[in-house]
Ligand binder design. Structure first.
Ligand code: AMP
Ligand code: ZN
Length: 479
């Protein structure tokens, strides 16, 4: 069932406004998102655009119909980092990129992301890139110098418009590669020569390989056309990558506007700091899924929940505490809906309030608040949570496996009850903030402490853990 009356609003980097989304063709809504360079496991920051644009994809599919949306996300499988990895490990480039692509798909599916409709790999579009570069050279937007082909930024009057910079600002602020063969220091590489041991293809400019930016221009053109609806990615890509994509595409297809709506997600940090290997707070999606450095595994839907608690345009902080809280909520939802069969996707329509929240520039935080409010309507909770990518068949199956591995009567109830009580305590606290009557919160807290439960309440939520004197029997009657 489609829902084309729904008005979706999206913050468009191009206009710097929250614009009403009007597709070029409602029967074929087209979205392109820059994908990963495949030489290593995706870190958790890389999962942010995937989860954000997955939510948008789900919303578009609901509004326009699943068969009327085309979502393309590329794999960059030609890059100097991949070459370095091959040299370091002695493995072939193909082996490395195939393996990494599969890891990526497994990890992103684990966080509840649907596969895009098309996932082109750059090396399969070299011909299209060469054709595009040839056109740019012919029309004077690019020039050949010392085996390289460079895009002449001065030939495109709107260069810098997306990110709001002038060419002079860009030269001053960016670490541009100054090369003697560049006419302007901002000119960027479309094609570069490869030495014998490096990956390369024959071209009118000799044996070589493409620059990074041209990939997305060529693949989006081949798969979505000259002009399409939405282009997404992290805001670290806005300059120079997206700026360069626009310049190439608009100049190659004279007069075409490329993407109408540009969406950028903000960056992810870890425990308040930029994620970096030197700070020891760098981890991959797989590290979390499998458990790392003595930490318990974090289910994929917990990662998804934490991410969606923060609006995509705000910096988000990954913390262990948020993960714990999300895990409690999801466990509670899983319990509430345990005996229910999900409604078949074809005959299900998400609740208007949920669709409205997402249509308001992807207000996923509000969408989660709405899901929480459905705890008295478990069937609705199950179906709407699944629409958001939670309580999936895989997550439910995994839970069944865990349940069946635990012998009955071994105290398994304790953790479930604690999860429910954590949600209950949080709800009481939220209510108390409005009523200014904290007595019910204090009463429950006291009862929990008497049962040997460690209670941690913070700004972001409530965490309950069985302490050394924990006595599950004292929890009876609290729910
Ligand atoms: P890369 O493979 O580095 O080109 O990144 C793939 C995608 O992940 C791009 O859309 C980036 O914007 C995004 N990304 C990289 N680091 C982060 C981060 N810390 N937080 C959010 N998104 C990120
Ligand atoms: Zn791109």
């Amino acid at each position: 069932m489609t829902d084309r009356q729904t008005q979706i609003k999206l913050t468009n980097t191009k206009t710097r406004h929250k614009d009403v989304f009007v597709p070029i063709d409602p029967d074929n809504v087209r979205m392109y998102v820059c994908g990963p360079t495949v030489y290593d496991r995706a870190h958790i920051g890389n999962a942010r655009p995937v989860i954000v644009f997955d939510v948008l994809y789900r919303l578009l599919r609901h509004v326009y119909g699943a068969d009327h949306v085309t979502y393309v996300r590329n794999f960059t499988d030609v890059d100097d980092k991949i070459n370095a990895k091959a040299a370091e490990t002695g493995r072939s480039i193909r082996e490395i990129t195939d393996e990494t692509m599969q890891w990526y798909l497994d990890d992103m599916r684990a966080v509840g992301a649907l596969d895009p409709d098309k996932m082109p790999r750059a090396t399969e579009y070299i011909g299209a890139m060469i054709t595009m570069i040839e056109g740019l050279v012919e029309s004077g937007h690019a020039y050949v110098a010392e085996g390289h082909v460079l895009f002449a930024v001065e030939s495109y009057k709107d260069y810098g418009k997306l990110s709001g910079r002038s060419i002079d600002d860009m030269i001053a602020g960016a670490r541009v590669e100054v090369a003697p063969y560049k006419r302007n220091p901002m000119d960027f590489v479309l094609w570069k020569p490869s030495s014998e041991g490096q990956p390369g293809w024959d071209s009118p400019w000799g044996y070589g390989r493409p620059g990074w930016h041209i990939e997305c221009s060529a693949m989006s053109y081949e798969l979505l056309g000259e002009t399409f609806d939405i282009h997404g990615g992290g805001n670290d890509l806005m300059f120079p990558h997206h700026e360069n994509e626009i310049a190439q595409s608009c100049c190659a297809h004279d007069g075409a506007g490329f993407a109408n709506y540009w969406l950028h997600n903000e960056m992810l940090q870890v425990e308040g700091k930029k994620m970096s290997k030197s700070l020891g707070n760098f981890f991959t999606v797989r590290d979390l899924l499998d458990g790392h450095d003595g930490q318990a595994p974090v289910p994929g839907e917990v990662i998804r929940f934490v991410f969606l608690s923060t609006h995509y345009r705000k910096p988000m902080d990954w913390t262990a505490e948020k993960a714990k809280e999300a895990e409690n909520t999801l466990r509670y939802w899983m319990d509430l809906t345990w005996e229910l069969e999900p409604t078949a996707e074809e005959s299900f329509t998400p609740e208007t309030k949920l669709v409205d929240a997402l249509s308001a520039d992807l207000n996923t935080h509000l969408a989660l608040t709405y899901l929480r409010s459905l705890h008295n309507q478990p069937q609705k909770l199950l179906d709407n949570a699944r629409f958001m990518g939670f309580l999936s068949d895989e997550a439910r199956q995994k839970r069944r496996e865990i349940e069946s591995a635990i012998p009955h009567g071994s105290g398994r109830g304790g953790s479930e009850v604690l999860a429910k009580l954590a949600v209950e305590l949080d709800a009481l606290r939220n209510a108390a903030k409005l009523s200014k009557d904290f007595a019910p919160v204090d009463a429950l807290k006291t009862a929990l402490l008497e049962a040997g439960v460690e209670v941690r309440m913070s700004k972001t939520g409530v965490e309950l853990e069985a302490g050394p004197k924990f006595d599950a029997s004292k929890l009876e009657g609290l729910l």
